[in-house]
Every structure is written in structure tokens, then in C-alpha cells.
Design a protein around this ligand. Structure first.
Ligand code: MRU
Length: 368
């Protein structure tokens, strides 16, 4: 992804000082583009909890780098493994819904366990964190290539008219290492000269759509319009949406999808209006141990201040203001589950499959 013409990933090792990891601080966007440096496992725990880094894939990649810096911090003589394990436990407890977090941490711990010395373990942790980031980047690029075909088909049927795609939350470059999941086909279609226009759900309470997706699309010059969260159904009823494309934080082996709160309502409206509803995800977002998404996927509940307040820029300064009566109780569920029956297809790095156990099994036979 290019920002002001310069290529960036969302996370990378500091070139000069490989003990530090650089991230794009997402709490400051879209008003300020700030690169932050993380150098302790606690830095990573805080950055994930406070959403300086967010989005299932980036959370996983960040946790992998978090284990690397934990290995650097750990005592060299006795207690190395216990220190790294404690850091892993803390990182795992930061956010419960995205399965990529545990996936990346378990991969790191498994690889490190093969090291014979502390130096070897540190070196494995560094190269494996980089490998996880690179693998996720490559997977998102492939998702873009497969998803492009879906957009191309709709565009061919529409002629000169733009393909209107609705997306929820930020399943973009910022939620991943590069390209995005739901946005990868969007960027691929735009780069192929296909006429597209994106409806961007604002995505209350944290406003990932209004703050991040709109910013990303703008950087890439993709035509888009930000809408209040409740607008999608109306647009669908009036033929103003051709396709819905979202990401996933956890998908069961039967195709149920947890994604940002509000995704389910968009899927219901899409089905009622016969509009294709696609979910884009890499293999790291599947939870092969779960079958029933509604019953089994842990749904994060975040602090009430995200609902009670709204953040924006006021006279050049980023501020939060109170939105609700001071004493009204609030609830803040971060995710919901869209049952597989509402999903037209899953766009993965291996291709597009049906959102059901048979379709997923054909795509990933090694997990069945
Ligand atoms: O709470 P967030 O901002 O981390 O939630 C992100 C999402 O819900 C994305 O849609 C999801 O991670 C899929 S894209 C990797």
C-alpha cells in the first residue's frame, strides 16, 4: 500500500535497530499518520488491547513480533522459556475473537521450541515473525486475484455502470500486513481499470469504516462514499449495492463467520434483496475446532467509553466527546456471527469455496 506515494506495510522491523518493531498507529488515523515503535512484550499487549494495531491478521502478525521481543527481553540463563510463555499468555488474553492471535502465538512457540540455545531461539522467533507476516501478505494478494473474478463478472453484466460494493468495518490493508482481505479484490479490480464504487459503513462504535477504510481507499484513489451504519438496507432495496464484501475474525469449519458487530444485519439485508454476500479470509482465520459459530465463538465485549464517546478532530486536535447522557448504561459487543447459510462464498488464498463444511473441506483437505 502506498501512502503519499511511499510503499508501506502495517508492521516491520526497524532497519537500523532490529530490537524494535515499527507499526502504523491506527488510533491516530485518519487525522495523523504516525509510526510508533514497540520494543517490549508489554508494548505489544497494550498496542493490541488499545487498537494501535487491530484487524484479525495484523493482530496475529503483531503477536508473532511480540513473542520475538519477549525472547529478546527474557533472562538468558534461567527462566527464558517461562518468561516467553508468560508473555504469550498475556498476548493471547488481549482480544478473544480473532483466532489469528492464538494461531500466530502457537506457531511461534512451536518453532522456538526447536531452538537449542537462547540465541538460536531468538533468531527463530525473529525469522518466524517475519515469515508469518510475509505469508499473510502473500495470502491477501491471492485473495485479491480470486475475488477480482467475482467483481469482473458483475462488471461485465453491468457494462459501463460502476459495480457498487458495500463493505463493513476495516478489512483492509490496515487490518492485515498489506492488501487487506475484503479490500484485496477491490484494489485488484481498481488496478485492472474496472469501474467500482465502494459504500463504506462507518462501523460504530470505533468507526473503523469511517476512519480507516475511507482513508485507505482515498490513498489508493478508489471512489467511495461513507454511510451511516443503518443505510445499507435502504441502498440494497433500491438496487444501489451489487455485492457485499467483508472480512472475518474467525470462521468455523462449517462456514459460520464472526466479523465486526453489524455484519450479520448486512448479511440478512443482502439475502432479502438477493445480493451476493462474500467473506474474504486467509486460512489463518479458520478455527478448525469449532462447528457452531453462534454458540461457540467468543465475542469480545469492550469498554463502554467507545459507545459513550466519539473521537474526531476538533480545531486541529484529536479529541473524544461525550455522546450519551452521562449516566446511561451502555453495552459494547465487538463482533457478531453471520451463519454460513447467509454467505454466498468464501474467498480464500486457494480460491473461492462454498460456505459449508463440504466446500471448505474440498479447499483445505488437510484439516479434515
Ligand atoms: O475490532 P477490529 O477492528 O480488530 O475488528 C476488525 C474486523 O472485524 C475485520 O473485519 C476483520 O479483522 C477481518 S479483516 C482481517
Amino acid at each position: 500500500m502506498k501512502i503519499n506515494g511511499k510503499p508501506y506495510r502495517t508492521i516491520w522491523l526497524n532497519e537500523k535497530n532490529k530490537d524494535k518493531v515499527c507499526i502504523v498507529d491506527q488510533t491516530k488515523l485518519p487525522h495523523e499518520f504516525v509510526i510508533a515503535e514497540l520494543s517490549t512484550a508489554n508494548d505489544f499487549t497494550r498496542a493490541i488491547k488499545e487498537m494501535q494495531v487491530r484487524g484479525a491478521i495484523l493482530i496475529g502478525a503483531a503477536a508473532a513480533y511480540g513473542i520475538y521481543v519477549a525472547a529478546l527481553e527474557a533472562p538468558r540463563v534461567a527462566g527464558f522459556d517461562a518468561f516467553v510463555q508468560a508473555a504469550a499468555d498475556k498476548l493471547k488474553a488481549t482480544r478473544p475473537t480473532a483466532v489469528n492471535l492464538a494461531w500466530a502465538i502457537d506457531r511461534q512457540l512451536e518453532k522456538i521450541s526447536h531452538g537449542h540455545t537462547v540465541d538460536e531461539k531468538i533468531s527463530i522467533a525473529m525469522s518466524n515473525a517475519m515469515a508469518i507476516a510475509a505469508k499473510e501478505e502473500a495470502a491477501c494478494k491471492k485473495i485479491g486475484e480470486h475475488g477480482l473474478e467475482v467483481i469482473k463478472k458483475i462488471s461485465e453484466a453491468k457494462g459501463d455502470e460502476p459495480v457498487n460494493i458495500l463493505t463493513h468495518c476495516n478489512a483492509g490493508w490496515l487490518a492485515c500486513v498489506d492488501y487487506g482481505t475484503a479490500t484485496a479484490p477491490i484494489y485488484a479490480a481498481f488496478d485492472h481499470g474496472i469501474n467500482i464504487h465502494i459504500w463504506v459503513d462507518e462501523t460504530r462504535p470505533w468507526n473503523q469504516g469511517a476512519r480507516l477504510t475511507a482513508w485507505e481507499l482515498g490513498q489508493h484513489q478508489v471512489p467511495h462514499t461513507v454511510i451511516a451504519d443503518n443505510t445499507g438496507g435502504h441502498l440494497m432495496q433500491h438496487g444501489m449495492v451489487d455485492l457485499v464484501m467483508v472480512g472475518s475474525d474467525r470462521t468455523t469449519r462449517t462456514g459460520d463467520v464472526a466479523n465486526k458487530i453489524g455484519t450479520y444485519l448486512k448479511a440478512l439485508a443482502a439475502q432479502d434483496n438477493h445480493i451476493p454476500f462474500y467473506v474474504a479470509l486467509p486460512s489463518s482465520s479458520f478455527d478448525w475446532n469449532m462447528r457452531d459459530g453462534v454458540r461457540e465463538i467468543p465475542i469480545e465485549e469492550r469498554g463502554g467509553e467507545e459507545v459513550r464517546q466519539i473521537q474526531g478532530r476538533c480545531e486541529g486536535v484529536i479529541k473524544s466527546v461525550l455522546l450519551t447522557p452521562e449516566n446511561s448504561p451502555v453495552a459494547n459487543f465487538g463482533f457478531d456471527v453471520t451463519p454460513a447459510r447467509l454467505i454466498s462464498g468464501l474467498i480464500t488464498e486457494r480460491g473461492i469455496c462454498e460456505a459449508n463444511e463440504t466446500g471448505i473441506q474440498k479447499m483445505y483437505p488437510e484439516h479434515h
